[in-house]
Unconditional design. Sequence first.
Length: 156
Amino acid sequence: MTVTPEQLRALATRAEALTAEVWALCGGSADGSPEPDPLVEARQAAGWLARAAEDLQRAAAELARLQVRPCGLPWGVCQEHGNTLSSRAGVSECRVCRRTWSYDRLGRPCEEPATWKVIDLAGTVTRMCDGHVLGARAAARGATFVRIDQVAGQAG
């Protein structure tokens, strides 16, 4: 399952609402008398919910940042078919699907979002888009391929 920043933000909003509800139900003792243990525990849980909401907001922001980070490899590719572009007279075309771009996509750094971490046998990590990973799978023997959204989902 792919987790989106929007889903994480929605969970954070729900956690914030629950926090407010618990605080409203378990506010301080009105007459200053000692409070029952369950109320103390409920307020402690509200604190945990508040921290969880903050953590979810941070995770959403980090995931969004990772998703918009460009691949940046020095040549462009077809996102669907990989290293299948040809360029002529400033126009690029995929030799498989025949999609065209009105610029030399092959001659520019890739601007597609980085969706993969590729770790080679030496431990070097390269972030790549879906199209570049297609070619890397064939060329990078022994490399490990991990979706960035899975890495973000496992962090913590």
